[in-house]
Design a protein. Sequence first.
Length: 219
Amino acid sequence: MTRVKVKGRSPIAFAAKTRSDFSVCDLDHRLWLKSEPSVVDSYWSGEKAPESRSFESRFVWSEEFLYVRFDCEQHEPLVIQDAPDVTRKTYRLWEKDVCEVFIAPDPKSPENYFEFEVAPTGEWLDLKIQQKPDERITDRSYTSGMEAAARIGTESVILAIKVPWTAFGTKPSAGDRWRMNVFRLVGSGDSRGYLAWSPTMTEIPNFHVPEKFGELSFM
């Protein structure tokens, strides 16, 4: 159930169903292992990223929540806030080290999606997006009710989010497929890396390309 790249087709990630919920702070919970990881090892351009910057994402879902975990290699100085505040959303979090997931519940309307971010500090950000041909409309007042957690290791970072289905205005059923993409921003300056599960293939780094979203299949 790991990511499979097939020429001409969107990549697919799989979300494993669980009957019980758990704390997002429990980064070692056994239920995370119900989901096979999807490896992210390419930049937005499709160019192979160094193994030292690769990461894996896992998806688990219950009747009430979507869980996402990011397991990241970390072999360079962290780019994080000096005084993080985890009590409220942090704007411009994308300027630091961060993992992101964009999710469009309606596969026929991928231009309407939700953005969730989590940093190694546990800071988080949730946004509602409408991507039009000539502009992007961002609802910064959007409140998802998401929870976030993170743990910094010696050469790794683990991050996780937990989002209630009320955040999407709908809930999936087994067999459904939503549109989705996963990203990581790491490093600074000219060496800053923009990793993408489904590369957006833009001239400059740009994650907001709904037509390049892959699929999240609910098992």
